[in-house]
Design a protein around this ligand. Structure first.
Ligand code: AHG
Ligand code: MN
Ligand code: MN
Length: 329
């Protein structure tokens, strides 16, 4: 479809092609949340939502005011749509029940309201990650089993990245599409249709401060990337922003591999399966890339717990395959 059409029109046309994607309205409401969060982020230091709340979340991480603001904003803009039977988020210990005054629907929404929180107060790109499943249970409210789903069952996944411009990237199983917010009209406009990730690249993203605690096979892969070998484009260049969404977005557009492996201190790594790894894995596979724990595809994992962590190797298919060969050797 032609560049510059609104996201709303794009999802309506997608819905026309694929009538069982009834969550288009939900997606439209989510973009409203994105615009409201973008407004707060762009006020930067002037916003009341900067700084810490003084509380810690279920992961023992300090909760930023923007984490809480974004969490509440996403709930407020979507809980009345009649499409949802429940929600879950990084900032809420248990699943969120849709208030009885609102109609409920067939979908559940999981999200990381602000990804890259440590970058909020220093004006570095942060993001929101979201994912939608059709519910499995049939009662009046969604139950935990509706959320503990293999990523392959997602019907939609996306992220919003708040940076030099605010972009929304999503897939509903028919390719990956990018929209840029035009703040003068408050609309997300189609900027990249059918995004595909280069099969191999020259960039890697990892927090090498953890290198001493990584498994020897992961260290060997990192050392391999730094060896001089013109034929395979090595040494690679390091690009690490510390916001998963920003590191992922750059790798999606330019190619690259992002690694947050497990280590001696945290065998399951740091990133959460349900609202960080799975949504991005759905997007990257739709764009022709690959996402695994190093051992198996992220999208095949059956979650046991809402906030469980998972090692994440994600990006250009050939780079992830090479990393897997080292890790499983
Ligand atoms: P969140 O802010 O939602 O907790 O996510 C932060 C994550 C992710 O965005 C990023 O890739 C990673 O933390 C960075 O971790 P390190 O600071 O350990 O590198
Ligand atoms: Mn996050
Ligand atoms: Mn977060």
């Amino acid at each position: 479809m032609e560049k510059g059409i609104t996201l709303t029109r794009f999802i309506i046309e997608q819905h026309r092609r694929n009538p069982d994607l009834e969550f288009t309205e939900l997606l439209a409401e989510l973009t409203v949340a994105g615009k409201i969060i973008a407004r707060e982020v762009n006020k930067a230091g002037l916003a009341v939502t900067m700084g810490l709340t003084g509380r810690t979340n279920v992961h023992g991480e300090e909760v930023q005011k923007l984490d809480e603001f974004a969490n509440a904003t996403i709930i407020k803009t979507t809980d009345h749509t009649g499409h949802l039977a429940g929600m879950a988020s990084e900032e809420m210990e248990d699943i969120y029940h849709i208030p009885d005054k609102h109609p409920r629907g067939d979908y559940i929404l999981v999200f990381d309201p602000v990804d890259g929180s440590s970058n909020i107060d220093v004006n570095v790109n942060i993001g929101t990650i979201f994912s939608i499943y059709r519910r499995k249970s049939s009662g009046s409210h969604a139950i935990l089993e509706d959320f503990l789903r293999p990523g392959r069952e997602q019907v939609c996944a996306g992220y919003i990245i708040y940076g030099s411009s605010t972009m929304l990237v999503y897939t509903s199983g028919q390719g990956v599409h990018g929209f840029t917010l035009d703040p003068t009209i408050g609309e997300f406009l189609l900027s990249q249709e059918n995004i595909t990730i280069p099969r191999r690249s020259r960039y890697y993203s990892a927090n090498e401060g953890n290198y001493p605690r990584w498994a020897p096979e992961v260290q060997q892969y990192m050392d391999y990337l730094k060896e001089e070998d013109k034929a395979s484009g090595r040494p690679y260049s390091a690009r690490y922003i510390g916001s998963l969404v920003a590191d992922f977005h750059r790798n999606l557009l330019k190619g690259g591999i992002f690694l947050y492996p497990g280590d001696a201190k945290a065998p399951q790594g740091k990133l959460r399966l349900i609202y960080e790894a799975s949504p991005l894995a759905f997007i990257v596979e739709q764009a022709g890339g690959r996402a695994s724990t190093g051992w198996q595809p992220i999208l095949d994992l059956q979650p046991e717990k809402l906030h469980q962590r998972v090692p994440l190797i994600i990006g250009s298919a050939e780079d992830v395959e090479t990393a897997e060969r080292f890790i499983t050797s």
